[in-house]
Ligand binder design. Structure first.
Ligand code: AP5
Length: 208
């Protein structure tokens, strides 16, 4: 499974990826998680990335591409990977294709988790994330239902930033739907259903 997950902010890409990883054990490469870890760790990359993330803008391509190249070369990604949040524009997609080709590998499927913008605004406003295990739940979760950890609201899940993230998605990322359709790799699921139903549809779309 060499999978790209596509979808707007809050469509449920991370949720689907966590479920696939739990069941199939492939590597989950989330550029958002990698960047948030760099910010938390106070690294040079984190310092550079933070201002873009806080504004809901894309971090410069080269910073993100270097991160992804390193993760694709790691041992746990050799048997398959789920790319979540990357590529985010056509330049990143073209670079990914050429990096994978140089490694003798290729994307098997680009799966779009499709959700209407009005649903997304509600989801992101109420999203809470576990500091310990990364589980994503809602404001109703006082503590993490998986590990009991502290739940917090991401800085970019504030209303003013959500709007810009959706605008950036429409302008920069949504053209990737046609990019992967043109390669015959696009599949799509309706992400505006109960989590279990979405996950069932994902497995069916992937033939799992
Ligand atoms: P990133 O972390 O990638 O954020 P995103 O794409 O905006 O996606 P999210 O993590 O917000 O949403 P998701 O689709 O994973 O939804 P989730 O499963 O959590 O990126 C953050 C920032 O980093 C970017 O803005 C940018 O600055 C930078 N960045 C990252 N990658 C980059 C790149 N390649 N290039 C440049 N910059 C980059 O679900 C959302 C909520 O809905 C949760 O509360 C969840 O519990 C709930 N939910 C999920 N499924 C369902 C369901 N079926 N029904 C009801 N609720 C549901």
């Amino acid at each position: 499974m060499n999978l790209v997950l596509l979808g707007a902010p809050g469509a449920g890409k991370g949720t689907v990826a966590q479920e696939l990883v739990a069941e199939f054990g492939v590597a989950h490469i989330s550029t958002g998680d990698l960047l948030r870890a760099a910010v938390k760790g106070g690294t040079e990359l984190g310092i550079q990335a933070k201002k873009y993330m806080d504004a809901g803008e894309l971090v410069p391509d080269q910073l993100v591409i270097d991160l992804v190249k390193e993760r694709l070369a790691a041992d746990d990604a050799q048997q398959g990977f789920i790319l979540d949040g990357f590529p985010r524009n056509t330049a990143q997609a073209v670079t990914l294709d050429s990096e994978l080709s140089a490694m003798g590998r290729e994307i098997d499927c680009a799966l779009l988790v499709d959700v209407a913008p009005e649903v997304i605004i509600d989801r992101l406003s109420s999203r809470r994330t576990c500091r310990a295990c990364g589980y994503t739940g809602t404001a109703a979760d006082a503590t993490c239902p998986k590990c009991g950890g502290e739940m917090y609201q991401r800085d970019d899940d504030k209303p003013e930033t959500i709007k810009n993230r959706l605008d950036v998605y429409e302008k920069s990322t949504s053209p990737l739907v046609d990019y992967y359709r043109g390669q015959g790799l696009l599949k799509s699921v309706n992400g505006d259903q109960a989590r279990e139903t979405v996950y069932g549809d994902v497995k069916e779309a992937l033939g799992l």
